[in-house]
Write a protein that binds this ligand. Structure first.
Ligand code: TXA
Ligand code: MG
Length: 325
């Protein structure tokens, strides 16, 4: 074992390096990843907890740090469509969607290539792989320099509130990961839309790219994932994004003692968007849940959010955050 590798090993679970976005710090992050370490990095959706997707050991560390169940596969981040083609059975529909939405908040699930070098652990032994090219200069720079795909789930403890800032990441994962790159607040604020084509075009998770936008591109109807059907989305079946607090959704009045998360022209503790902008509400969502949450047994009541555009994703996250099991 060479000295650099020993250093990464020794530092793990001891000290999380706080990195910025200057070239030297990006180089440091790339070295850590090359040696099989874990780096939390900004993306436009939420912060990701990245590891070399071709390194089984590195990927295992992600599952360990997050407390993530082994059956829940990771999204593989690529630097371009060529890299996606290396690992998946790429097709014309994927190409059409990538040309329109990449880099950006769209994850495409495709059959894995036979003998793909992606760690089996990353895809939870499934025959498919979820790929995405993120639209963030830091993430793209790292992918470019590393020239390997990165497995990167959201950088939070499994089942808990996602991270849209470096502070959120540190709150959960300090001393469990090798480094965090502080790239400011995530601009989209909710995770990518996930789409699959088998057995039929289906949205597995709502995000900033709407079903309508996808269906316009592919020229066919798109279905919504129905939990009652066969399991094609292993991570979509349970409580997620959950604060300690209880959530009361679609609140049209406030009860005494509750924390109030508003939307629009209402009196509240924190307002997702006074101007009723769903884009702004998505940007604020996880940060405000982090801020209002408490270890005391409290309730956070939330104003109704229109179920359109990115509002579909906001309501999906709120609904799942309100489930306790
Ligand atoms: O915006 C995002 O997608 C962020 C950033 C960091 O890129 N990542 C993210 O990863 O949200 P994660 O692990 O929190 O969510 C990934 C979801 C899980 O629900 C998982 O089950 C699903 O993607 N997934 C991964 N591979 C899959 C596959 N082969 N088939 C179906 N679902 C898959
Ligand atoms: Mg997640």
């Amino acid at each position: 074992m060479d000295q650099a590798r020993r250093n990464v090993k020794r530092e793990q679970f001891v000290k999380t390096k706080n990195l910025g976005t200057n070239l030297e710090d990006i180089d440091a992050a790339v070295s850590i990843l090359r040696l099989g370490g874990l780096v939390a990095m900004p993306t436009e959706t939420v912060y990701g907890l990245a590891a070399d997707a071709t390194n089984e050991n590195a990927v295992l560390k992600i599952f360990k740090a997050k407390g993530r169940p082994a059956y829940n596969p990771l999204i593989i981040h690529v630097k371009n469509t060529r890299m996606a083609e290396e690992y998946t059975q790429w097709n014309d529909v994927a190409q059409t969607l990538a040309e329109k939405f990449w880099p950006g908040p769209l994850t495409i699930v495709l059959p894995s290539r036979i003998n793909s070098k992606i760690a089996k652990t990353a895809r939870a032994s499934l025959p498919s792989i979820a790929v995405r090219m993120p639209n963030h200069p830091v993430a793209l720079n790292i992918l470019d320099q590393l020239d390997r795909p990165l497995a990167a789930p959201s950088a939070n403890i499994s089942g808990k509130i996602s991270s849209t800032s470096a502070d959120h990441v540190l709150k959960n994962l300090n001393k469990k990961i090798d480094a965090i790159i502080d790239g400011g607040n995530s601009s989209v604020g909710v995770e990518s839309t996930i789409v699959t084509f088998q057995p039929q075009p289906t949205i597995l998770r709502a995000g900033a790219i709407t079903p309508k936008a996808i269906s316009n591109e592919i020229g066919s109807k798109i279905h919504h994932y129905d939990k009652k059907g066969p399991i094609i989305a292993p991570g979509q079946s349970k409580s997620h994004y959950a604060p300690n607090a209880k959530l009361r959704l679609n609140a049209i009045d406030w009860k005494q003692g509750e924390k109030k998360l508003g939307f629009g022209n209402v009196n509240c503790d924190l307002n997702l968007s006074k101007d009723k902008s769903l884009t702004e509400a998505a940007q604020n969502l996880f940060n405000f849940l982090h801020l209002l949450d408490s270890s005391d047994p409290i309730t956070i009541s939330v104003s109704p959010i229109p179920n359109e555009g990115i509002g579909l994703a906001i309501n999906d996250r709120l609904r799942r955050a309100s489930l306790k099991e």
